[in-house]
Structure formats: structure tokens, C-alpha cells
Design a protein around this ligand. Sequence first.
Ligand code: DCP
Ligand code: MG
Length: 371
Amino acid sequence: PEGSTPTPVTTVSQYACQRRTTIENSNKIFTDAFEVLADSYEFSEIEGSCLAFRRAASVLKSLPCVVRCLGDTEDLPCLGDHTKAVMEEILQYGRSFEVEKILSDERFQTLKLFTSVFGVGPKTAEKWYRRGLRSFSDILTEPDIHLNRMQQTGFLHYEDISRAVSKAEARALGNIIDEAVHAITLDAMIALTGGFRRGKEFGHDVDFIVTTPELDRERTLLPDIIDRLEQQGILLYCDYQASTFDITKLPSHRFEAMDHFAKCFLILRLEGSKVEGGLNCAEEDRRGWRAVRVDLVLPPMDRYAFALLGWTGSRQFERDLRRFARSERRMLLDNHALYDKTKMLAVSLAGRVEERSSFSLCLFVSRPRSL
Ligand code: DCP
Ligand code: MG
């Protein structure tokens, strides 16, 4: 009718890479429940339902306000009958009985506990559970259990690496890596990536990308960095994976969980004196140091933009970015390259880094900060 202005329709995209998401989550009560359900389906290897709940959680995290009734979710994507039933329960009773049942389930509790150890995945956790093991002391006193070096270190530093890493600790580690790398080569570049690059206050580890303009040097630089950390006496654990990156094999048409760049998964000893405001916990402050998980990835310089984009996360953002490229742009994206299937061309993002990578990728996707 005359005089009335139409209400603007704001649609929420089904792709996380098209949703502007802040680090504040107004719908934690729902997303926490979804994450329990997703974990539970993951333990049962029901991938579809697991992904459905992770997607639903990601959608709710992008909303600026709390969902107050089921009607609020009418126009939202990725919410199926099961998700809505869980939300309805929470809206009505303040809790979900299905989620509570999972949380009190012995198998779920045990698998959650075992997979919280660095180096223990769902398969190993399940194997131990089936053998009747229920606690860490069950595992550590069972004579037939062989722990690999990663798991031994995981148990040894369990308390430290289970505790969240703060931004100040991430910054202190940045200085340590920066110093180590620049003692070896002056023209290397270091970027903080992962959750901290998205603006998170805490993380489970600290992720860095290191690259150098010197051709092929990124293939040999990492062992030198690791040696230096070792000499400094701060290397508690190192799993080094040499580069298997081969530019002639691009693009990869099948999904790969890991990229081919040289990388290492470390546990470092962080001295309290290096952290502004001290360590995160009183016990560590008394001891004077804590153990922290650190990942280093070394792409060649001309792959830097893709590596940075791929390691910034979140996992859901990365998943949807690749799906968006494939379904909406007929392009293939991974941590190595962007490939235009219609033109049979690799899209180049080589050269100047951050601004250029964000700029070029803005051509097909806006890059909001996302959790
Ligand atoms: N990543 C990936 N594939 C892997 C490992 C990581 O695509 N196999 C990407 C997505 C992650 C990012 O790298 O978001 C960093 O991995 P983390 O596991 O460190 O996750 P975050 O840094 O996002 O969170 P956290 O605070 O738990 O460290
Ligand atoms: Mg991380």
C-alpha cells in the first residue's frame, strides 16, 4: 500500500564464506548442543549428520542476535528437522535431553577424553575403549598398549597443551619464531595464521606461515629452523613433514585433508618471562614455563596467498569456500591453487601478499572475519 516501505529481505547464505560472522556468539546455548551432537556422530562415523550439525552451528554463529523462537529460524539455511527439534527442546526447557543423554554416555565421555590427548584420533580412542580402557591410568598401566612418540608427548604435557593459549602467549611465540627464522635468513616472511588471525582471544595452538622469496629455499629452511629451536633448548616435540609439493601436479581434483607444503607440528617450551602479563595459569607461573602446540607451514612464495587463505580457517569457512568455488564459480580451490575449470586456467595470486590475496579473492567472495 501507498506510504509503506517494503521490509528489506536479508537472506543468510548457505555458505560460511558469504556470511559475515563476528567472534561473539549470541547463540552459544544452541551451538554448544550442536557441537556435542556433531562429535557424537563423528565418533559413530556418520559423516552426513556430523556435517549437518557443524553447518547448523556455523549458521547460528553468524546471527547478530539470539534466536528466541523457532519462527526466527524460518528463513535460515542448513537447519533440518533434527536441528530444529533440538532447538525447540532448548527453547522450551532450557536444555536438550538428547544432548544430555550423550553427555552422560560412557562411550562418548571416554572417546572425548582419549581424543583430547595430542596424537590420539577417534580410531585409536575407539580401539582402547573396546579393550575396556576408560581412563588415562588404565592406558598408562596396560602392559600391551604401545604409545607412539607423539602420544607419549601428548600424555607428558597433557595439562599444558589442554589449556588454551592466549593472544599474549601467541605474540611471544611469534617473537621466538621470528627471531629463529631471521637468524637463519633475513628475507623470510612470517605470518600468524589460524584462529588468532581471525581475531580469537584464545586458541588450542599457534599457527604460522613462513615463506622466502629465495627459490626452493622453503624446501630446506624448516630443518634449519627446527635445529635452531633445538639449540635454544625449547623444542619439546617435533613432527616434521618434508614438502611433497609439485607444481606440475596441480590442480588436485580429489579432496585432500592436508596440503603438500613442508610443515611441522611442534611442542615448544615457552618461558613466562617472554610473555607480557605472565603465563595463563598460576601453576605454570610458579614453574616459570609452559608447553605450547605450534604449527609451522612453509609454502613457496608464489603459493603464499593460497596457503594463508587455507590456514586462516575456520574449518567450516574453508569447507564452504571450496564448495562455493566449485558449485557457484566452477572453480577448484585448495591450499595450493585456484583453478578455473571453464577456462582450464590456474588463477594466479602470485606476488605481493596479503592485500593482493584478499583483493583478488574478493572478486569472487567477500572475506568476512569468521569463526
Ligand atoms: N586447516 C586445514 N586442514 C588441516 C589443518 C588445518 O584446512 N588439516 C586449516 C583450517 C584451520 C586452520 O588451518 O582453521 C588452523 O587449524 P587449527 O586446527 O589450528 O584451527 P584454528 O587455528 O582455527 O583453531 P584453534 O584455536 O583450535 O587452533
Ligand atoms: Mg590454531
